[in-house]
Design a protein. Structure first.
Length: 673
């Protein structure tokens, strides 16, 4: 707030003022408070996708009883001037307005308010007219306000407003009183308000508007080196191109590739994470860098940069976006270690510090030192790497372990990228503490991995989903539910067999709008760990090339295909809003609904959480809350494509492993939508 400094002579005529400083403008009489949505008081942007409506609310009130005008101010990306929407329907001084978001990018918004002297006068005139107590002075006051508005008006409106002033001024008559209360005059006065003493919420708030696929998408992860149709041969990008119809056929629209760069030889890991590798062992893709280059080079056995470009183009032809891994670390053979030793931490014996999580050692990976004196050059290089792959068609990045790099770096990098390319999406692979995950989301990550993999019980699933799908968390954090990853084969999949795989994929795909699987191990029901109590896969692709028989009879690809089709056809499943958990008669069965804002699409999902037992019972469904007649409505089983009529607020289920583990139901009025 601008103030008059202590000691300034303000005309008391007796002595210098030595009291609390005065504001430069003390005639602002409207209070604005609790403007929402806001993340950490406006420190970070709110997140939405294009096509959303941003519902803004604020507490706005004046001293006394004067009327006020309240505006939602909006500045879209690239604009200098503000546009405004009226805020209305005050509910106990809580004002609101809805802002349609039609452009991708960073938008600003704020709230402005001022005393509406004309509105206050008009309201008083109405009450005086009812009491038949209007005087000439009353009308003169209104005429004076109108003449002041004429002075503020552009030439086109000035004469019209002055005519209204003349129509009001004078001794009270029915015509003058009617003129003072005319809607046309009120509209003119609203268009030319006296805003000299307006209050503006400052600083403005921001909302990052992303493409729709930042919130809704189905991700499929595969290792290109295992994409060969021939057992024993290292896969290539051309093999991945041949795999695209399979991925697209299941309904996935994002294909995520682990690092595709040269792999170091130094301390290369062997099969099943053994410390000694043979000459033919391919190593771990996250040990990036070799004689062929580093983060902007292609592993020679995968093909060339031109082959990668061809893959991106071919994927687009199948409506698939390529997501590339950003793993900011290096192998011992990366050019960075010889050209930029200052970017790494040296130990007292002169060697470079490799990655450790004591007692585990990862000698094939060297972390970058973000406390280096050359940190600025390091930041610029990592930006160069990111933009290099953007120039080759990558618009989605899955970021490896972002929580091990400074938050300030990510805030800078993502802001820099989105300042020119607001459609680029960043997914945080951060299985870490909740506050750390949330901070990464606040500084700019579009999506995040979650704890879903470890949430298997009804109570913990309910509690977790209710946390991340409701404000304030949902204003900045977007979950992406991966059923499995190359690092995480949860015990539930190891022990539960096919029923567990079926249940988990339905949960992932219907609870949140973005989900993913690591395939082909997931659809082929790979559940064998490397050793007891381990979440590592036996014979993991991280350490060796694998061959996958995509035509295997045990594959659950048909279920996944149906699930993705249902997700595309039903907008209720494309948002994390309006997720309601519903009571069931069996605690091993979880039931929840999602519906669109207009209730034109209502989806009820029922899942058996017990892979070893059949479950029968009922779900309590608030049918009337969905706008349906409880006496008669239709239930469409979307997985079985079966229609039934129903009545009442109880829907029965019978879920048996080996038959079906889940039901996805659409509820519609009797006779269809």
């Amino acid at each position: 707030m601008e103030v008059i400094p202590i000691g300034t002579d303000i005309g008391t005529g007796s002595r210098e003022l030595k009291t609390w400083p005065l504001p430069l403008e003390g005639r602002r009489r409207v209070v604005i408070d609790r403007v929402l949505p806001a993340v950490d008081g406006g420190r970070y942007p709110v997140k939405r996708v294009v096509g959303d409506t941003l519902a803004v609310q604020a507490d706005v009130f004046p001293d006394g009883h004067d009327r006020i005008s309240v505006r939602l101010r909006h500045r879209p990306p690239g604009a200098v001037a503000w546009s405004e929407l009226p805020m209305g329907a005050p509910d106990n001084d809580r004002w609101s307005a809805e802002l349609p978001l039609t452009l991708v990018g960073r938008h600003e918004y704020t709230v402005a308010a001022w005393i509406d002297h004309f509105g206050t006068w008009r309201h008083g005139l109405e009450r005086r007219a009812e009491a038949e107590s209007v005087t000439a002075v009353d009308l003169a006051i209104g005429a004076g306000l109108v003449r002041e508005a004429a002075e503020r008006a552009a030439e086109g409106d000035r004469e019209r407003i002055m005519a209204w002033a003349e129509a009001i001024d004078g001794e009270p008559t029915e015509a003058r009183i009617t003129a003072g209360m005319a809607d046309e005059l009120a509209a003119l006065m609203e268009a030319h308000p006296d805003r000299r003493f307006e209050t503006v919420w400052d600083p403005p708030l921001a909302v990052t508007v992303d493409p729709v696929h930042a919130r809704f998408g189905a991700w499929y992860e595969l290792f290109p080196r295992s994409a060969s149709p021939e057992p024993g041969r290292h896969g290539t990008f051309r093999d991945v191109i041949e795999r695209l119809p399979y991925v697209a056929g299941m309904g996935f629209d994002v294909l995520y590739l682990p690092p595709v760069h040269p792999i170091g030889q130094a301390f290369r890991k062997g099969p099943n994470n053994t410390l000694l590798a043979n000459a033919e062992d391919p190593g771990v893709p996250w040990a990036i860098g070799g004689p062929e280059g580093g983060h902007t080079a292609i592993h020679p056995e995968l093909g060339t940069l031109a082959d990668f470009d061809a893959l991106v183009a071919a994927a687009a032809g199948h409506d698939i976006r390529i997501a590339l891994d950003l793993a900011f670390q290096a192998s011992g053979d990366h050019p960075y270690l010889s050209e930029h030793t200052e970017w790494f931490k040296a130990r007292p014996d002169g060697t470079i510090q490799y990655a450790e999580n004591p007692p585990k050692k990862y000698q094939d990976v060297y972390p970058l030192d973000f406390e280096s004196d050359a940190w600025a050059e390091l930041w610029l290089e990592l930006r160069r790497v990111t933009r290099f792959w953007m120039d080759h068609g990558v618009r989605i990045f899955r970021v490896d372990n972002p929580h091990t790099k400074p938050f300030g770096f990510w805030e800078w990098l993502i802001s820099d990228i989105k300042s020119t390319d607001p459609d680029v999406i960043f997914l945080a692979e951060a299985f870490t503490r909740p506050k750390v995950m949330y901070r990464l989301a606040k500084v700019g990550f579009s999506q995040s991995y979650t704890y879903f993999t470890w949430r298997t019980g009804k109570e913990e699933l309910t509690e977790y989903l209710e946390e991340i799908t409701r404000p304030p968390v949902s204003d900045f954090f977007r979950p992406n539910f991966f059923t499995n990853t190359p690092d995480i084969l949860h015990a539930s999949l190891q022990e539960g067999g096919r029923p567990a795989f079926e249940a988990r994929v339905v949960l992932a795909g219907t609870m949140t709008p973005s989900y993913g699987i690591y395939g082909p191990p997931f659809e082929l029901l790979q559940g064998t760990p490397r050793e007891p109590d381990s979440e590592e896969y036996l014979d993991s692709e991280k350490y060796q090339v694998r061959y996958w028989d995509l035509e295997a009879s045990e594959s659950i690809a048909p279920l996944i295909t149906d699930l993705n089709r249902i997700r595309r056809e039903h907008p209720a499943l494309q948002s994390h809003e309006r997720l309601w958990f519903l009571p069931t008669t069996d605690d091993q069965v979880i039931a929840y609904s999602k519906h669109t804002a207009d209730r034109s699409d209502v989806i009820l999902t029922i899942v058996n959480l017990d892979p070893g037992g059949a479950r029968r019972g009922q779900v309590s469904v608030p049918v009337g809350e969905y706008g349906l007649d409880p006496a008669d409505y239709e239930v469409h089983d979307l997985l079985r494509d079966q229609h039934d009529r129903a009545s009442g607020e109880e829907i029965g289920f019978e879920l048996e492993p080996g038959v079906e583990m889940a039901r996805i139901l659409q509820l519609t009025p009797a006779g269809g939508v």
